[in-house]
Design a protein around this ligand. Structure first.
Ligand SMILES: Nc1ncnc2c1ncn2[C@@H]1O[C@H](COP(=O)(O)OP(=O)(O)O)[C@@H](O)[C@H]1O
Ligand SMILES: [Mg+2]
Length: 304
């Protein structure tokens, strides 16, 4: 079971991503990155964090410990930002914490250039992301960190942030377990990932028993009142059933032909040129600060 702790101090919001997690100290003297039930991403993001993160751990990938955090907004009375206060006030009760990796660095494109990733490890991570339809592990939002960074031991790759995985739970009835996974902008696509070896190794390990044990870790309160389901256990079974069906259909979604960095750069240049051509003359001289979202951020393509 996930350990339970009680927040004793809210330190600061983390603004790199979109969900405004907070750095929090707890009564076990641990420091945690806390995802709040009151965030715009909602409790389904927390469900995805638990299921995909614990699946990653069970498959041997590096993933910090998760804990359930009892949170009283009174511990953040000093926080000056109104939008943070609103979020915290909407999140009294049980939230999700991840062990804070002190000094960890985000796996940015610059870090990725200089960091060797084992092709099998890259393959395993992409396989997990494709299985769980994680649309938020792209080159520009990798949700990977390297740690430790102080030189005491060689830095290794750690997974974080699976809040945008399991996109099918936004539309249970319309989502096929065979659906292809859009992997072209995956953060590890340039590291010669061996996804076939990962599939052969990991698929047999994703059993109904393992998935039942993992979904049992999700608190009932985050699964209650899901439209179309009578009980939290019915929702758990839906996750188990969907993931089992998907793992058995890996031939339909296994990413294999990764574009090279040069190909991606060429596509970007082509797209930028097309956008420029479509603009009126006066706009061609203005930088495009408010254009369409980059394709890697257009999550709607993963639904349905
Ligand atoms: N366990 C952790 N240890 C250290 N830093 C973290 C950890 N989890 C998140 N962070 C930092 O906080 C940022 C935002 O966290 P993330 O889980 O990606 O939330 P969001 O949903 O906002 O994208 C990350 O990009 C990373 O820099
Ligand atoms: Mg993130």
């Amino acid at each position: 079971m996930l350990r339970e702790v009680t927040a004793t101090r809210y330190i600061t919001p983390l603004r790199e991503g979109g969900s405004l997690p907070g750095l929090v100290e707890a009564d076990d003297l641990g420091t945690y990155v806390v995802k709040f039930t009151g965030s715009a991403q909602g409790r389904k993001a927390l469900v995805a964090e638990v299921i995909v993160g614990e699946l990653a751990r069970a498959l041997g990938l590096r993933f910090p410990e998760l804990v359930l955090v009892h949170f009283d907004p009174a511990v953040a009375g000093h926080e000056p930002h109104q939008e943070v206060q609103d979020l915290l006030r909407a999140s009294a009760g049980l939230n999700l914490g991840m062990d804070y990796l002190s000094g960890a660095r985000d796996f940015t494109p610059e870090v990725a250039e200089a960091f060797d990733v084992d092709p099998l490890e890259a393959g395993r991570i992409i396989w997990l992301d494709a299985l769980t339809v994680n649309v938020d592990r792209t080159t520009h939002s990798s949700n990977l960190m390297i740690w430790p960074t102080l030189g005491v031991a060689p830095p290794k790759l750690w997974l974080i942030d699976h809040g945008a995985a399991l996109v099918f739970h936004h539309r249970w009835d319309a989502s096929s377990p065979q659906k292809a996974y859009d992997f072209r902008r995956h953060a590890l696509g340039g590291h010669t990932p061996d996804t076939r070896a990962a599939d052969a190794e990991l698929a047999p390990r994703v059993t109904a028993e393992l998935l039942r044990a993992i979904t049992a870790e999700v608190p009932d309160a985050w699964l209650a009142d899901e439209p179309g389901f009578a009980t939290p256990d019915e929702v758990r079974e839906a996750y188990v059933g969907y993931l089992l069906a998907r793992v058995g259909a890996s031939a339909a979604w296994l990413p294999t032909d990764f574009p090279t960095r040069e190909q991606l750069a060429g596509e970007d240049a082509h797209r930028a040129a097309k956008t420029r051509r479509g603009r009126p003359d006066w706009l061609k001289r203005v930088p495009d600060l408010h254009g369409e979202p980059a394709p890697e951020q257009d999550w709607s393509v993963h639904l349905g």
